[in-house]
Design a protein around this ligand. Structure first.
Ligand code: 4GY
Length: 262
């Protein structure tokens, strides 16, 4: 898969491209990545990439001509790839969107700076807008890296032979189960014994239950969105019955006969 980033700050991407799984994927040509700088398409001697907003107001706007020329160069390098603008106004980015984008041969990521980009560039050259969250950053570079990171690990071969992104529980819309490594006793806290049992079926069952309960406790919205499979209903019903039994075993309020009791 091929990535072209349109950015006024290409150096911001060198660390990202030079380390870890992303660096290995580039080295092994599983992906390619490069940057195009709109400043290289300015024509004045100050290489001006911004200008004052029509109508007045605070801050500056990205000048349309250099940005448009940079996006056109990116599109010439990747004629099939959509140009994605990173903006809080875009479609909320999630694992499903990452999956859709990873199925494409290439991606052009357009990073805004200042107060925004001239609307007419978006109209004619941007194919899609994506947001990484409901907050405002100083530029689209971090969102572009975030999107690339989530997409790259879904590209076949990028994670290497040791792991497959398909097996992540988030690929099923749930949070990941708890993870443990040595030592068995860390500051008095033990690893759940089932994980030391060598019983692979029991370990699988524990992990599914753990991931489901964590999702219920931390992110109910994820469960509401996607619904429950039959095994998941059974796990939650078991918890539900256990909680009911605990509640039934409690004395009713106002029935404690002891002195000072209710
Ligand atoms: N949130 N999700 C985001 C952002 C900042 C365009 C300059 C976000 O994707 N991008 O906050 N981008 C950019 C937006 C103008 C600042």
């Amino acid at each position: 898969m091929d990535f072209v980033v349109v950015t006024l700050f290409p150096e911001m991407f060198s660390l990202f491209w030079d380390y870890g799984i992303v660096a290995r994927a580039i080295r092994e040509q599983t992906i390619t990545a490069c940057a195009v700088n709109p400043r290289d398409f300015t024509k004045d001697r100050h290489r001006t990439a911004d200008d004052r907003p029509y109508g007045g107001g605070q801050g500056m706007v990205m000048k349309p001509e250099p940005l448009a020329e940079a996006i056109r160069v990116a599109k010439r390098r990747l004629p099939e790839a959509p140009a994605v603008l990173l903006t809080p106004q875009g479609r909320p980015f999630d694992q499903e969107t990452a999956g859709h984008l990873a199925a494409l041969g290439g991606l052009i990521l357009v990073c805004g700076r200042y107060e925004g980009v001239d609307e007419r560039v978006g109209d004619s050259l941007v194919d899609m807008e994506v947001s990484v969250g409901d907050f405002v950053l100083t530029g689209g570079e971090l969102p572009a890296m975030l999107v690339m990171d989530a997409v790259i690990r879904l590209v076949p071969g990028a994670l290497g032979k040791e792991a497959s992104a398909r097996e992540d529980s988030f690929s099923e819309g749930l949070l990941e189960h708890a993870q443990y490594t040595r030592p068995r006793d860390f500051e008095g806290r033990e690893v759940p014994p089932v994980l030391l049992s060598g019983n692979h079926k029991a370990i699988e069952a524990w992990r599914r239950e753990n991931g489901l309960i964590r999702t219920f406790l931390k992110r109910k919205d994820l469960l509401e969105r996607r619904g429950l499979q039959s095994e998941e209903r059974r796990i939650l019903q078991k918890w539900y019955r256990d909680i009911e039994r605990l509640l039934d075993a409690q004395p009713l309020p106002g029935t404690d006969p002891s002195p000072g009791g209710q």
